[in-house]
Design a protein around this ligand. Structure first.
Ligand code: ADP
Ligand code: MG
Length: 712
């Protein structure tokens, strides 16, 4: 069994906590740079500065054989001459490097002096770098360069690690090779006694995880591909394991310590709505999720539940019925939406659906008048208002509920974690919280971002929906597009035309939007056709006016920016045209497409792009044309963009993962989560001696993080 002796612990701290300046080969200057540039303060930090890839340094290329810019090459040759050329900004050091097959230029734009000193004419060097094509010739800019002696000294391996470095570090000799040397030194000073094995022997044998020291050594200096894989697996598992252990523990703490309001009965409002007002049968998925929510709110524990469902799967109704449950039990409920348009629309929908039922629903947004606001604030303070719909306006301090029992957060990705948790502090005892995502999130990301929440999935669309047909058109097909729009309008349908609006290019984008609108106005002239236009710069009343014209069917075309992206629900609109579609991300495209296909008619989505498309853009278009399944699309999105660029991940710490990759390591993640779950089931507080190292490590990792314990 694993034991954590205090003596071992002592040496562990002593060595790994040593300030980096005490490592051989680092003086005060380099240590300052390592701190500033890489955040490496101690031996431990250096140990966790992992290589980002590995190269085969035993293989040589020839200069003649260089064929493209994408593959790095290793060359062996002599420097024939060396020369400073250019002035000021374009000043650079250029060396002619020759092997048996030809000559190539090595170029340095920075750190010339250091290089000029290092390089000796006529000597053999090994250079490594990525070729760039300049004026039809390949050169190597800022290659790694070693003398033959240095090369042999470095014991070149087939898995040579490559480390991130920076220009400033390179100038001081800490390029990838320099950092590798530091790690070599480090490993002469540490051994397995200095590295605490924080995973129990059971865990390691169950999942075939190698010892931590071996893993760390192999990740820096792999001696075979199988050893490298074992090391990578061990370290990835560990990373994901602690994230999951923390999330599951948060969940346990919440369910065990936070008391929730008990909604003991299904009352008259809920029943009357269900039997008399509901215009259609609920889908089985909706029924299942409502049942899950009912169980939660009846349990005496505080609910924090995430509902995932594809665009158009009917999440709003689930929210509404849950809120009715709250009201039936004497509580108030509120629902926060990310945009004014969406809040407005929910309000309208609820008013219509609730019709004659004796319930008081109000809307509070940034554009509510002072008078309205005063009335509404009084109404929620007195308890007269039972359901409040709104935007961010809901979280302001002045909004005080009499007895808030249930909170819905719609299209949550638009909200920061802090905004979310503010809402749940609107009662002394936290209300139940239902979070609804806009687009499906990849499984791995959901497990990590919302791993402390319980989740429900609506995996079924209301019956009778025809899958949306998606087409990808190029500019030359614009006339065909116009013809198609006319056909559809003649059938009584309505059309959205959406333009990208990116902050950095706002001016150009508005110009495009305006031009697009002008062209449409020529192609679709008044009085036969009417066109609405909606974008963020319009005053709210005008936006609302234009929306209403479209909703009432007075206009046939709605030209808009992505203000209509989420949630908007106008069933008669059956064509979504997305201009410059290559500029949108996949989840955004899917959201936009989800604005159509809401009625009984066949709907269409047309992606307009230019001819020149990068590989990623092409994949996005192909994915959209191929499938309507939001879950599948979210997986492709994650692979293309990586987790750091997906909305909502920035503050979550997901991006802190060093080795594990949520796009690729789903299996390891699932294993790690299961392992964490099993351990917590046996020992929720991690109080047993066997789990002491886990508990310590967990504390160690999270002690300096802000505690965004989500909503609740
Ligand atoms: P989302 O999940 O994207 O928020 P909505 O809640 O806006 O979807 O629902 C989309 C549309 O489907 C709405 O017009 C809604 O009235 C309708 N709808 C919801 N549930 C059902 C159902 N069970 N049967 C038929 N239509 C439904
Ligand atoms: Mg919705």
């Amino acid at each position: 069994m694993f034991q954590q002796g205090s003596c071992r612990n002592f040496s562990f701290y002593k060595v790994l906590d040593t300030a980096i300046e005490y490592l051989k080969g680092i003086g005060p200057l380099r240590s300052e740079l390592l701190k500033k540039e890489l955040g490496v303060f101690t031996f431990r930090d250096l140990l966790h500065h992992y290589p980002f890839r590995y190269i085969d340094r035993t293989k040589f290329h020839t200069i003649k054989g260089i064929a493209d810019e994408s593959t790095p090459v290793q060359l062996k040759g002599v420097i024939e001459s060396i020369q400073m050329i250019g002035e000021r900004q374009s000043k650079r050091l250029v060396a002619q490097f020759k092997d048996a097959t030809g000559i190539i230029e090595l170029v340095w734009f920075k750190g010339h002096n250091w290089m000029a000193q290092k390089i000796k004419i006529g000597e053999v060097y090994i250079v490594y770098g990525k070729p760039t094509l300049f004026k039809n010739r390949f050169n190597l800019a800022h290659p790694e360069i070693d003398s033959l002696f240095e090369y042999e000294q470095s014991q070149p391996s087939a898995f040579q690690p490559v480390y991130h470095s920076t220009e400033k570090l390179r100038v001081k000799g800490l390029d990838s090779t320099g950092i590798r040397k530091l790690l070599k030194h480090l490993f002469t000073q540490i051994n397995h006694n200095h590295i605490t094995e924080n995973l129990s022997e059971d865990l390691r044998s169950d999942f075939k995880l190698i010892h931590k020291f071996a893993a760390l050594h192999q990740i820096h200096f792999p001696d075979s591909s199988s050893n490298f894989k074992a090391a990578e697996f061990r370290l990835k598992f560990e990373e994901l394991f602690y994230v999951q252990l923390r999330l599951l523990k948060l969940n346990l703490v919440r369910t065990n310590t936070i008391k929730g309001f008990v909604f003991s009965k299904v009352g008259k409002l809920f029943n009357d709505f269900y039997t008399h007002a509901l215009p259609f049968e609920l889908t089985n998925a909706q029924k299942r999720v409502i049942k899950e929510i009912r169980t939660d709110v009846g349990s005496g524990k505080q609910m924090s539940r995430l509902v995932q469902g594809d665009v158009g799967s009917g999440k709003t109704l689930v929210a509404l019925m849950s809120m009715l449950l709250a009201v039936d039990n004497g509580f108030q409920a509120c629902m926060m939406a990310p945009t004014e348009i969406l809040a407005q629309q929910h309000f309208q929908t609820f008013k219509e659906l609730l019709g004659m039922l004796p319930i008081n629903v109000e809307l509070l947004t940034g554009s509510s008048t002072t008078k309205e606001r005063r009335r509404i604030l009084a109404g929620i303070a007195s308890g007269e208002i039972e359901i409040l719909i709104g935007t961010h306006a809901l979280i302001e301090d002045k909004v005080i509920f009499k007895n808030l029992g249930f909170v819905v957060i719609d299209e949550q990705h638009r909200f920061g974690v802090e905004q979310r948790s503010k809402l749940s502090r609107k009662n002394t005892q936290p209300p139940h919280v239902l979070i609804m995502t806009a687009t499906p999130i990849p499984r791995t990301l959901a497990m990590t971002l919302y791993g402390d929440l319980d989740t429900s999935i609506i995996d079924e669309l209301p019956p009778g929906r025809k899958p949306i047909k998606t087409m990808h058109f190029m500019e030359s097909q614009r006339l065909r597009l116009f013809g198609f729009m006319k056909e559809q309008i003649a059938l009584g349908r309505q059309v959205y035309v959406v333009y990208p609006l990116i902050q950095e290019s706002e001016k150009m984008d508005y110009q495009n939007l305006q031009e697009g609108y002008d062209n449409l106005a020529v192609e679709f002239p008044i009085p036969k056709f009417q066109i609405s236009i909606v974008h963020g710069k319009l005053p709210n009343e005008q936006k609302e006016f234009e929306m209403q014209r479209f909703i009432k069917g007075e206009t046939q075309i709605m030209v808009a920016t992505t203000v209509i992206e989420v949630g908007v629900n106008i069933p008669n609109a059956s064509v979504m045209v997305i201009e410059s579609a290559e500029r949108f991300g996949l989840s955004q495209l899917h959201q936009l497409r989800g604005r159509v296909g809401r009625g009984a008619e066949q709907s269409y989505c047309i992606l307009m792009t230019g001819y020149k498309l990068g590989q990623d853009s092409r994949t996005r278009m192909e994915t959209m044309v191929r499938t309507n399944d939001g879950f599948e699309i979210s997986e492709v999105d994650l692979k293309l963009r990586g987790p750091g660029d997906i909305e909502g991940t920035q503050q979550s710490g997901v991006v802190d993962l060093k080795l594990a990759d949520l796009a690729r390591d789903g299996q390891i993640l699932q294993m790690a989560r299961n392992a964490a779950k099993q351990i917590l089931e046996e020992d929720p507080e991690l109080n047993s001696i066997t789990h002491a190292p886990l508990k310590n490590q967990l504390h160690e990792i999270y002690k300096n993080r802000p505690d965004w314990s989500k909503v609740g």
